[in-house]
Design a protein around this ligand. Structure first.
Ligand code: GLY
Ligand code: MN
Ligand code: MN
Length: 448
């Protein structure tokens, strides 16, 4: 079987499963049809410049279209899905090209050139009820999104488990990002600025900024301590000590989300910390098993961070029990975010807080407000595992003012703070409970 055949085979199976899921969700929630808007272009206030189009993730779940505003899907039990495909006659922009690719044959295709023309192709049988998923501004005459919560819960809950087709797209998104990470590392080692490292990343990934699944975080030295550092200095620092780069890629609407921290190998203390974090990250990846409560992986991370703080001498002897370090918020000073999240059509894929498909919430552990995933893992779920250890001035200042502050080696903290921090993030697919997880990111690094 050649690659094209296998891709189209996997896609056909993916689509068939979506159709079954949609039919069952419609029946359970009392609807006759599912309508999904791709979304509309949005414009800057008082301006004619559009923001970057962000498709409705429900739309791109069905087909690999990410740049198609004003299009719609109509799903009905027992029918081929209908795609109402917007293709304007536009000489200002490049309009969407003629539909082509492995997905086309699976749809009843209707091409329109005016957004409002979609309405007449989206009618359900007289007296029928339609569930209409989309933002309010996607509404056209008689087709107004109603986003039924019960139906959305069913779809969001199931979306966490990826089909074989989706896993293939996500593997490809790794293969696209990893050579770019290696190019960024080389640029860092050559002393490049953040902006030039970013450019090296884009060139190697073949993406422009528009194609990235999220804005790259390219942080040299102390900038690594800003969790979502949003700038890119155009001039290199006098001395480059560490690079923290959090950057992904997109394939057919599926994202990768990868962080690497690189040093120049010239500082024993920072390099020891980096190596300890690498070992801990791999151990945490190994915890991604079916039946494991993801909250426990987050709590396990805090125990790793506690141990590392003591072993690296950041916490001096005296306050060395992991429980005390967690309890007194020492670990959350250095690791103030969650261990990760669901990944897929969205970088922070929806459905992370659901105890079941009715939408009952699965609570975050007390004192851990930034955790984005509280579910029990199932085979086929893709999650990130992204432990970090940072030297964040505002949090360190607060820690210094508590009794636990006395246990910190502030001289060492000052030394390490010049490197910003460490985050290592892999994308990991859960397999059956007795099987080690698939580390999508490390597999792509190994093959690069
Ligand atoms: N890149 C965003 C995150 O890691 O969650
Ligand atoms: Mn992430
Ligand atoms: Mn990330």
């Amino acid at each position: 079987m050649d690659h094209t055949n296998s891709a189209s085979h996997l896609y056909a199976a993916h689509l068939a499963a979506l159709q079954i899921q949609a039919e069952s969700a419609l029946a359970r929630c009392g609807y006759d049809a599912l309508l999904i808007a791709s979304g509309i272009e949005k414009y800057a206030f008082l301006d004619d410049r559009p923001y970057l189009f962000q498709p409705n993730p429900h739309f791109k779940h069905w087909l690999p279209l990410t740049a198609n505003p004003y299009s719609w899907l109509l799903i009905r039990p027992g029918h081929k899905p209908r795609l109402v495909y917007y293709q304007p006659d536009d000489y200002w922009h490049v309009p969407p090209s003629d539909p082509s690719g492995f997905w086309v044959e699976h749809f009843e295709l209707i091409v329109i050139s005016q957004p409002e023309d979609a309405a007449r192709h989206l009618q359900v049988a007289a007296g029928g009820r339609a569930a209409i998923i989309g933002e309010a501004d996607a509404a056209i005459a008689g087709v107004v999104p109603n986003n039924p919560q019960d139906l959305l819960h069913l779809l969001h809950y199931r979306r966490a488990v990826k089909s074989a087709y989706e896993l293939e797209q996500m593997r490809a998104a790794q293969r696209r990002a990893v050579p770019a990470h290696l190019a960024a590392k080389a640029a860092f080692e050559a002393g490049a600025s953040e902006l030039d490292i970013h450019r090296a990343y884009l060139a190697a990934s073949g993406h422009t900024d528009r194609d990235l699944p999220y804005s790259n975080i390219v942080a040299l030295n102390e900038h690594g301590a800003v969790l979502h550092y949003q700038y890119q200095d155009s001039r290199p620092p006098a001395e480059s000590r560490a690079l923290l780069i959090d950057a992904g890629a997109q394939v057919n609407g599926y994202a990768s989300d990868i962080t690497r921290t690189w040093s120049l190998g010239r500082d024993e203390r920072f390099d020891a910390l980096l190596a300890a974090m690498e070992r801990a990250q791999l151990a945490l990846v190994d915890e991604v098993r079916a039946g494991v409560d993801y909250r426990d992986i987050h709590l396990s991370t805090h125990r790793h961070i506690a141990r590392i703080l003591v072993e690296q001498g950041i916490v001096k002897k005296g306050l060395s029990s992991p429980e005390a370090l967690v309890e007194q918020r020492v670990t959350s000073t250095f690791f103030p975010h969650g261990i990760g999240h669901l990944l897929g059509l969205q970088v922070h894929d929806i459905g992370g807080f659901m105890a079941d498909e009715t939408g009952a919430p699965a609570a975050k552990p007390e004192g851990h407000p930034y955790l984005r995933l509280t579910r029990v893992l199932q085979p086929g779920m893709v999650v990130t595992i992204e432990p970090g250890l940072y030297f964040i001035p505002t949090l360190l200042k607060k820690l210094a003012a508590t009794p636990a502050g006395a246990a910190i080696d502030w001289g060492l903290v000052e030394h390490l703070a010049r490197f910003g921090g460490v985050r290592i993030e892999d994308d990991v697919a859960c397999r059956e409970a007795d099987q080690a997880p698939e580390n999508l990111t490390r597999d792509a690094f190994a093959a690069a």
